[in-house]
Each structure stands twice: as structure tokens, then as C-alpha cells.
Design a protein around this ligand. Structure first.
Ligand SMILES: CC(C)(COP(=O)(O)OP(=O)(O)OC[C@H]1O[C@@H](n2cnc3c(N)ncnc32)[C@H](O)[C@@H]1OP(=O)(O)O)[C@@H](O)C(=O)NCCC(=O)NCCS
Length: 165
């Protein structure tokens, strides 16, 4: 299995994978709208041969903490093809995505996701709960610092790309 940046020719399979994994059209629509708005910061796929078996996407956030704008991305959506879940592909994709965002100089990643899944990568609700945002009351709203101290003990505002509205 290979983890690589998504190429234009992967997009139909990425949309179909998201439709199957999330059982609906909401995530495919989100991806199309993010692409329409030029709001995809990075998108990666897991390939088994030629087949797209996993996908993770990052979009730019407007994140201001303690009055200072920091470089941060939202992790969403992310999924693994239903027949290949629980084989470690999701973990590899998140690890790879985090590493790529670090290399890209991002200071933090924000996710609204499974509370039993993301904490194993270091995501914490307490790092995000003081960011005013439609989601910050949920435990599933979590932050990960890529630059130490970027979120811890700070408060601010977090605005998602409008495709998430
Ligand atoms: C969540 C998802 C991406 C995980 O990918 P995966 O390849 O199955 O994950 P891995 O095999 O690396 O890890 C499996 C772990 O994730 C956990 N996990 C999988 N789905 C989960 C869910 N819906 N809620 C909580 N934990 C979940 C498993 O319990 C397992 O935990 P364990 O290691 O303690 O046994 C995948 O199940 C998926 O695509 N689900 C549908 C879409 C989705 O919910 N995406 C995430 C949106 S935030």
C-alpha cells in the first residue's frame, strides 16, 4: 500500500469511496465544494495497486489564538473503504497526514471526529474547546499541536471554509 498526494485522476474514486464509507452524499458534496472554492490545502490517498482504499483531506482554517493568526488546517473528511477498515489503513493515513502538515509548516490541526480514534494521535478536546466555533461544545472537536504551545491554554476563534456551512 502506498500513501500519495491525490491526483486529478483519483477524484472520481475518492468521491465514490467517501459516498460508500459515509453512506451518503454529504462528504462527496463537501469535497466538491471545497475544490470549487479552492479550499483544499492537501489531499492524500492510500493506494492498493491502482485502487484508492483510503482518503484524507486538509483544508485551511482561519484560526486566531490570543489575538494572533496561526497556520492551521481542518482534517476532514477522512475514510477507508468499508471492506478494508480495521486493518490499520486509517492509522497510516492520519500519521502520514500529520507528518505532511508538519512539513508544510502548519502549527495545528483541528478535527471533528471520533473520540475513540483521534486521541491516539495526540488530538485533545481541551486544546480546541476554547476556540469559538459552531462545534467547540462537542468532545469530538479536538486539536493537535504541530508547533508546541500553539493551542494549549489559549482561546480564540476558528472559522472553517464556507464549504462546511
Ligand atoms: C474511522 C476510519 C477512518 C478508521 O479507519 P480504519 O482503517 O478502520 O482504522 P484503523 O484500522 O487504522 O484503526 C482502527 C481503530 O479505529 C477505531 N474506529 C474505527 N471506526 C471507528 C468509529 N466509527 N468510531 C470510533 N473508533 C473507530 C477502531 O475501533 C479501531 O480501534 P482499535 O485500534 O482500538 O481497535 C474508518 O473506520 C472509516 O472510514 N469509517 C467511516 C467514515 C468515518 O467515520 N470517518 C472518520 C470521520 S472523523
Amino acid at each position: 500500500m502506498k500513501l500519495v498526494p491525490e491526483l486529478p485522476e483519483h477524484r472520481p474514486a475518492v468521491l465514490e469511496l467517501n459516498r460508500l464509507a459515509f453512506k451518503g452524499d454529504e462528504e462527496p458534496r463537501l469535497i466538491k465544494n471545497l475544490a470549487r472554492d479552492n479550499s483544499i490545502f492537501a489531499s492524500f490517498v492510500a493506494l492498493d495497486g491502482e485502487e484508492v482504499v483510503g482518503h484524507i483531506l486538509f483544508s485551511p482554517l482561519h484560526l486566531v489564538v490570543n489575538g494572533e493568526r496561526i497556520d492551521a488546517v481542518a482534517l476532514a473528511p477522512m475514510c477507508v473503504t468499508p471492506g478494508r477498515q480495521k486493518q490499520g489503513i486509517g492509522t497510516q493515513l492520519v500519521d502520514y497526514g500529520i507528518e505532511q502538515m508538519k512539513r508544510a509548516g502548519q502549527a495545528a490541526i483541528i478535527v471533528l471526529g471520533h473520540v475513540d480514534f483521534y486521541p491516539r494521535f495526540g488530538f485533545r478536546h481541551d486544546l480546541a474547546r476554547n476556540l469559538s466555533c459552531a462545534f467547540n461544545k462537542y468532545d469530538a472537536f479536538m486539536g493537535l499541536e504541530l508547533r508546541p504551545g500553539s493551542l494549549d491554554g489559549k482561546s480564540g476563534t476558528c472559522i472553517y471554509p464556507r464549504a462546511f456551512d
